[in-house]
Write a protein that binds this ligand. Structure first.
Ligand code: NAP
Length: 313
């Protein structure tokens, strides 16, 4: 067991929904790291040093060794660049940024400074994902269907940034499905067409239908919707030569022709922090932009439709 003085002293930047729901408890349960500060303009945590901004924290608390950027994607690049310049390891919430091109200079800066940059994809740590990848590596894949439908009012209440340019709209959850697909499918794939529905008062889509093809011509479809009330759907179905593999509940459950293979409580963020500690100790980084690249391609190739305005209340 590491002594607390050996722990990585981490600060959370942007104490919002995901920081409170997942990061704070996961850090507390992970050996080798501890929460030493919070930098957030409008929120603080009892018993944890607080700074209004990251800049203020970097100035006042030089002993902080790492930051977890839990802010919206539009402001993350500047924060990551500043933190790396100040010699801090950086963990990025998903999506890792607002553009694809901003990630390479951050990865170079981390490499040059001997620091860790970890672009996290929490859904890749869902319990069904590794077994699904192993299963699919040995099958012939016929087709893939993604259905990712949730209620934005439940999961993102009042989050205006999600509707602004760079907020991704329905791709904010949809990119989680893409992070799983890019990990479990054995071959690269690419967008072939897309239809994106933009509410007339929003700069990001509320629904999307995307078609992809892999390098062997296998068809992949994804239906994303941000207005699903009642039961929520986060499913990926893969038709193979030996039946259908279904990852459901965002990857927490795995079925083969309806028979359960995996059903486990989720522990995605604990796995994220375990990996972050391992990356820091190995002096390594992990920055995969592929899921974000697919979203960018869908925006580039997609046909846009204007739909009814979206009101949060
Ligand atoms: P959130 O509740 O809006 O929290 C983000 C926090 O960042 C805010 O509370 C705010 O804290 C700070 N912030 C907002 N705008 C800022 C700005 N312009 N400059 C600096 N700080 C700003 O959002 P969230 O749901 O936690 O999502 C944050 C990230 O986590 C997103 O990329 C999202 O995709 C990802 N994520 C979310 C979920 C989820 O279920 N919600 C799940 C997984 C991943 P202060 O006002 O106190 O500074």
């Amino acid at each position: 067991m590491t002594t607390p003085t050996d722990d990585i002293r981490l600060a959370i930047v942007g104490l919002g929904k995901i920081a409170r729901d997942q990061h704070v408890p996961a850090i507390a349960e992970t050996e080798g790291i501890r929460l030493a500060a919070v930098a957030s303009r409008n929120a603080e945590l009892d018993g944890v040093a607080h700074y209004a901004t990251m800049d203020e924290m970097l100035e006042a608390a030089p002993d902080i060794e790492a930051v977890a950027l839990c802010t919206p994607p539009q402001v993350r690049r500047a924060q990551a660049a500043l933190a790396l310049k100040a010699g801090k390891h950086v963990l990025l919430e998903k999506p890792p940024g607002a553009t694809v091109a901003e990630l390479a200079p951050l990865a170079s800066a981390a490499r040059d400074a001997g620091l860790t940059l970890f672009a996290t994809w929490h859904s890749r740590f869902a319990p069904g994902v590794e077994p699904a990848r192993a299963f699919l590596a040995e099958r012939t894949i016929r087709s893939v269907e993604v259905e990712w439908k949730e209620d934005v009012r439940v999961w993102h209440p009042g989050q205006r940034w999600i509707w602004e340019p760079g907020g991704l709209g329905v791709f904010d959850p949809g990119i989680n499905a893409l992070s799983i697909l890019t990990y479990v499918l054995p071959r690269p794939f690419f967008v072939t067409s897309a239809t994106l529905d933009f509410p007339e008062n929003c700069a990001a889509p509320i629904a999307a239908e995307i078609a992809f093809e892999d390098t062997e011509g296998v068809h992949i479809t994804a239906a994303l919707d941000f207005l699903q009330t009642g039961p929520q759907t986060w499913d990926i179905r893969v038709a193979t030569d030996t039946g259908t593999l279904t990852l459901s509940s965002g990857g927490a459950k795995l079925f083969h022709d309806g028979e359960p293979l995996v059903e486990a409580p989720e522990a995605e963020y604990r796995s994220i922090y375990r990996r972050f500690v391992a990356l820091v100790s190995a002096g390594a980084s992990d920055v995969d932009v592929t899921p974000l690249q697919h979203v960018a391609d869908a925006f580039m190739l997609g046909r846009r439709r204007t739909v009814d305005p979206f009101e949060d209340a």
